[in-house]
Design a protein around this ligand. Structure first.
Ligand SMILES: Nc1ncnc2c1ncn2[C@@H]1O[C@H](COP(=O)(O)OP(=O)(O)OP(=O)(O)O)[C@@H](O)[C@H]1O
Length: 274
């Protein structure tokens, strides 16, 4: 597997021929993807198409069965050894993983810690930030995510949307090279979705490099630099939101967008008139 090129145009994240198999099910079937500095890539596709598996493999929460992913040109999870690839020791995997910020569907906050401690703990203990610097940064992030008055709250005192905003602040506080969002609003009640998406949107505007797996089509249209459409473990189409939504080329993407539009129409028809 050849590492992606060097130089200023080298992608932050490169995925080459990534393959992942669960039992006899091929979840990723040779996925290629480049994400460049400051780019927001939104991954769309039907349920079960491999979107979450892709970001989980990049973050090395799943081993891979073929292909490779590179962060700033460095092979993730494996090293060359006598002409073969072998898995990296866990400590080195953890070091690589720390350069990526991951936000999951579930917020995974520590219930007994305050919001402030949830954000600063890893920044200090794992990333070596000075406590006062980590605190200053956490306070700034809580302001940016609309949680300035929640420093001392505990997770159970917050709504799901607020907890997810804390989880995003925690990931950003470690200054990752790239943020990976795995359906960050899927576990939320519908009325809480927008407050979380608006935080992700604001981060995108700061020039953060990110990959966002989501079913939120309006968000994809508005925020993505590029949309990636996956189906059955493959990248079927990649393009700007305009290309993907207004001029889909593949029949599978066309069918996916038609199904989405029909669902939307049914939901609009069922909504009570205001
Ligand atoms: N740990 C696992 N064990 C077995 N099969 C798995 C596992 N994780 C994912 N799969 C399967 O791999 C396929 C891809 O799953 P994945 O979660 O990546 O899809 P997705 O596109 O993110 O779907 P959704 O939009 O519903 O979250 C699915 O068929 C899923 O059932």
């Amino acid at each position: 597997m050849t590492a992606p090129g060097s130089g200023p145009a080298r992608p932050v994240l490169s995925v080459r021929g990534l393959r992942k198999v669960f039992g006899d099910h091929v979840a990723l079937d040779g996925v290629d993807l480049d994400v460049h500095e400051g780019e927001v890539v939104v991954v769309l596709g039907p349920s079960g198409s491999g979107k979450s598996t892709l970001v989980r493999c990049v973050h090395q929460l799943e081993s891979v069965d073929g292909g490779a992913a590179y962060l700033d040109g460095e092979l993730l999870g494996y090293e060359q050894h006598r002409g073969h690839l072998r898995p990296l020791p866990e400590a080195r995997v953890a070091r690589q993983r720390r350069r990526m910020g991951m936000v999951f569907q579930q917020f995974n906050l520590f219930p007994h810690w305050t919001v402030l401690r949830n954000i600063t703990e890893a920044a200090v203990k794992v990333h070596g930030q000075r406590p006062e610097e980590a605190r200053r940064r956490a306070v700034e992030l809580l302001e940016r995510t609309g949680l300035a008055d929640k420093h001392q709250a505990h997770p159970k005192q917050l709504s799901g949307g607020q907890q997810q905003r804390v989880a995003i602040a925690r990931a950003v506080a470690t200054d990752p090279r790239i943020m990976l969002f795995d359906e960050p609003t899927s576990a939320l009640d519908p009325e809480l979705v927008d407050e979380v998406l608006s935080v992700v949107r604001d981060l995108a505007r700061t020039g953060m490099t990110m990959v966002v797996v989501t079913h939120e089509m309006d968000f994809a249209r508005e925020v993505a630099d590029r949309c990636v459409f996956m189906d059955r473990g493959r990248v079927v189409e990649v393009g700007t939101p305009q290309e993907v939504f207004e001029a889909p080329r593949s029949p599978r993407l066309q069918a996916f967008l038609t199904r989405f539009a029909q669902r939307q129409q049914r939901a609009d028809a069922a909504a009570p008139a205001v």
